[in-house]
Design a protein around this ligand. Structure first.
Ligand code: CA
Length: 362
């Protein structure tokens, strides 16, 4: 009896051991169900460069997490409107968003510094300021007030000046012009007597074609060709003085991020850095082929803005950007950080990138 009892106990013990050994696996499968996040965006679904940049971020998070996380991307108006992305992520309707910070100047004027400043930093310099010049800390401080973590997720590089149906020969030609141009560039146009309009990407072509706006800027040749903007205007000006290296923005709901296991928290942030580099690389690689198609096949009239126009725009830009700093103490802090970094960038790049570009040109 005693021996049988002992054997029974051993058998139970062995079964218990087997249970104990398999439990962590089962518990992990049960407790750590796949984490499903939603990402809302200001772009049309799959839109080249931007929508695909959001897709790339979602895919990267999925892959780096080994499939423990899945992020579903929603194009503009699929879950929320293009300009509701900020609020949707802030209140947790979606855990993530993808857009550009200058769309949220109504939330806080300083947000514009984290997207693009006329005659400000180019892509390389924006990343330097954000990652190693204190920019990201300021951006994080600002968005914490809205329950969000910001991340740089893509950069367009220097954009194009835009599409016009009339020549811009002097600053006076901007007077009375109704143009789609977001952020601080729009404020500069206003100073020049024009009317800036803030339209989401998906509405630009129809507005230009119908004459609801006289001119528009969007991004660069690759993106502009995809929208067919050359069918609505023929003169294509450069450079994009108003957007010299626009940072696209990833928004992460603070609470949703805190609820992730520690390694996934880091993976989400790391994936944003990966996607930040990828978009700039993709657009840099594709823009020239698109520009050639626009000029050669579609007979687009490609022109530089006259030097005098750019000079005047720069003067107006300096006034507009300084005005932001006067609005509140936080904007002043961001302005000071940005402008002192720009001074450093101008100085260093005059003997590096700029000197090299000049030398290469021959
Ligand atoms: Ca633009």
């Amino acid at each position: 009896m005693q021996r049988r009892g002992m054997l029974k106990a051993l058998a139970i013990g062995a079964a218990g051991l087997v249970t104990a050994m398999t439990q962590p696996v089962r518990a992990r499968a049960e407790n750590e169900k796949k984490i499903r996040w939603k990402m809302v965006t200001t772009w049309p679904q799959n839109f080249p460069g931007l929508g695909t940049g959001a897709n790339f971020l979602a895919k990267t998070i999925g892959e780096l997490s080994g499939g423990r996380m899945e992020v579903k991307v929603f194009g503009a108006n699929e879950l929320v409107g293009p300009f509701e992305v900020f609020d949707a992520v802030s209140r947790g309707t979606a855990q993530m968003g993808h857009g550009a910070a200058y769309y949220w100047k109504g939330k806080h004027p300083a947000s514009q510094f984290f997207a693009a400043v006329p005659f400000g930093l180019n892509a390389q310099e924006m990343n330097a300021w954000l990652y190693h010049g204190g920019g990201l800390e300021l951006w994080t401080e600002l968005y914490a007030k809205f329950n969000m973590i910001p991340a740089a997720v893509g950069n367009t590089g220097v954009q194009m000046g835009g599409w016009f149906n009339k020549e811009i020969n002097s600053i006076n030609d901007l007077n009375g012009l109704k143009m789609r141009i977001p952020g601080l560039g729009g404020e500069v146009l206003k100073k020049a007597g024009g009317t800036p309009v803030n339209l989401p990407g998906g509405e630009i072509f129809s507005s230009l074609q119908s004459g609801a706006i006289d001119a528009t800027e969007w991004i660069g040749p690759y993106n502009d060709l995809a929208f067919g903007l050359h069918k609505a205007a023929k003169i294509y000006y450069y450079p994009g003085w108003h957007e010299p290296g626009t940072t696209m923005e990833g928004l992460i709901n603070l609470k949703a991020h805190q609820e992730l296991p520690g390694d996934l928290q880091k993976i989400v942030i790391a994936a944003c850095r990966v996607a930040n580099l990828d978009m700039l690389s993709e657009l840099t690689a594709r823009n020239n082929a698109a520009l050639t198609t626009l000029v050669k096949e579609h007979k687009v009239d490609l022109r530089p803005f006259p030097v005098e126009v750019l000079k005047k725009l720069k003067e107006l830009s300096d006034v507009v950007v300084a005005e932001i700093a006067e609005q509140d103490p936080f904007s002043k802090k961001v302005f000071d950080s940005f402008t002192s970094f720009r001074e450093q960038a101008i100085h260093w790049h005059s003997v590096s990138e700029q000197a090299y570009f000049n030398a290469r040109k021959g």
